[in-house]
Design a protein around this ligand. Structure first.
Ligand code: SF4
Ligand code: SF4
Length: 331
């Protein structure tokens, strides 16, 4: 599905004129990864090579987005974003104008990162994978980043064979005052389909860990993730077809080939609509207004539905140290 960008003419708001007053990007730099976690749905042996237009072109693109939409929040994700060529230099360039959030397994040199990147506008969500890392070594690296000014948290997957260590990892991380988040597992294990087939005991354990999170923000996020994924036993939560959503206007996903979709619904996000290609289209723009959703099923517990503001708190992000927006209290 390709959205006609010449549809009803509406002016572009620069920056966005309604809460939370900023544009969020989820930039999937590559779907490849140097790990092969048993529970991962992203990597495959045949993932296509991502487009790599080079650091200068990326800088040009992100400077243009700043010109159009002001200071945005750019989430680097994947696959593993740090295996993308020039990862640290690209972060350093994008962070000049935009706040950054990185979801990573920390496969980069944190000392080089701290030397090259200016702290203050960057958050790191470090995904801890016990099949590949020791919690103590991993936590030490996270603490180094955190204490260097890059707000860092740890995220864990509530994969059934890993549930017995959930409480231990949570306590180890929280004892160092690092936020511990976890995601219910989505996929097949032992002939069962998750999250639907979590047992009552597993649900109790996950929910208990969610509501007992030390940090109030982690408590909110873990509980909402639980309620959205593990808490539901049917697919009805996900249906939002026809409702007006700000995604595409205030949020978009950039895929490894540069294609941009409103959100991640369906294969390569195409169910919600394709907005264009941020690398190839010199006049690429987001939607000029919130629009009705055409996807049959909404996969997002943070969907930006126009009818409600209950999602606002889920999108709180680090303000840019230099460029403030309305919610940062500087207007
Ligand atoms: S580190 Fe992340 S992207 Fe890589 S295999 Fe594990 S879950 Fe997948
Ligand atoms: S309602 Fe859901 S599927 Fe539709 S655009 Fe919003 S986030 Fe995407």
């Amino acid at each position: 599905m390709h959205i006609n960008m010449n549809g009803p003419a509406k002016k572009i708001d620069t920056p966005r004129n309604r809460a939370p007053y900023r544009v969020y990007w989820n930039w999937e730099l590559t779907h490849d990864c140097n790990y092969r976690c048993s529970y991962c749905e992203t990597w495959r042996d045949d993932v296509p090579t991502p487009l790599y237009p080079g650091p200068d072109r990326w800088k040009q693109i992100w400077d243009r987005m700043y010109g159009l939409y002001g200071s945005c929040v750019v989430r680097f994700s994947g696959g593993e974003p740090s295996i993308y060529p020039g990862f640290i230099d690209i972060i350093a360039a994008v962070a000049r104008n935009h706040s950054i959030d990185i979801t990573t397994n920390l496969s980069f040199d944190e000392r080089e990162f701290a030397r090259k990147v200016e702290p203050g506008s960057i958050a790191v969500s470090a995904s801890f994978h016990p099949e590949f890392n020791d919690i103590h070594d991993f936590l030490e690296r996270v603490l180094f980043l955190h204490n260097s000014g890059f707000i860092s948290t740890i995220c864990y997957v509530a994969y059934p064979p890993q549930l017995d260590r959930l409480e231990y990892f949570k306590k180890t991380v929280e004892d160092k005052n690092i936020m511990f988040k976890f995601l219910p597992f989505t996929g097949k294990y032992g002939g069962r389909e998750y999250p639907r087939d979590y047992t009552s005991e597993e649900r109790e354990l996950i929910y208990g860990a969610a509501v007992k999170a030390k940090d109030p923000k982690a408590r909110e996020l873990n509980t909402k993730w639980y309620e959205w994924n593990a808490g539901k036993r049917d697919s009805e939560n996900g249906v939002k077809k026809g409702r007006v959503c700000l995604m595409g206007y205030m949020y978009a996903v950039i895929h490894p080939d540069g294609e941009v979709t409103r959100c991640c619904a369906g294969a390569a996000g195409r169910d919600s609509g394709v907005l264009g290609n941020i690398i190839h289209d010199g006049d690429f723009r987001l939607l000029g207004e919130p629009r009705e959703c055409r996807a049959a099923n909404c996969p997002c517990f943070k969907a930006m539905l126009a009818e409600s503001d209950s999602w606002h708190s889920m999108w709180e992000a680090l303000p840019h140290k230099k460029y403030k927006n309305k919610t940062d209290g500087n207007h």
